[in-house]
Write a protein that binds this ligand. Structure first.
Ligand SMILES: [Zn+2]
Length: 112
């Protein structure tokens, strides 16, 4: 039996089941619960690798129990002013607030 308690999801998804459909993390390819709303979300391990454009590590979190997206630098704790923009493995990504709470990071899809 594969370990279905891991990886962790970084956002709350009602109805997500360990026995439900699966999708792969776009960065490491790990097996995680499928999300129709977020078809390319990064797993928790990859979210922890998120950096700014200069390679400084970022931590995204909800501003309050009511939600909202905020980020800070992991090294100094100072607020990150770049909005949801981040990079994982050199790929530009966008962090957003999860529909039901938590943080979702997905590769930014460029128009054209
Ligand atoms: Zn991953």
């Amino acid at each position: 039996m594969p370990d279905r308690s891991s990886p962790r999801m970084t956002f709350f998804q009602p109805g997500a089941s360990p026995d439900g459909p699966r999708q792969a993390c776009p960065f490491c390819g790990c097996d995680q619960p499928a999300s129709p709303r977020y078809p390319a979300y990064a797993c928790a391990t990859c979210c922890e690798k998120a950096t700014d454009a200069q390679g400084r590590r970022l931590e995204f979190f909800n501003e309050s129990v009511f939600g909202g997206l905020a980020a800070r630098y992991r090294d100094t704790g100072e607020p990150y002013q770049g909005g949801g923009q981040c990079f994982i493995d050199g790929i530009e990504c966008q962090a957003v607030e999860g529909r039901f709470g938590g943080i979702v990071i997905q590769p930014r899809v460029r128009a054209g």
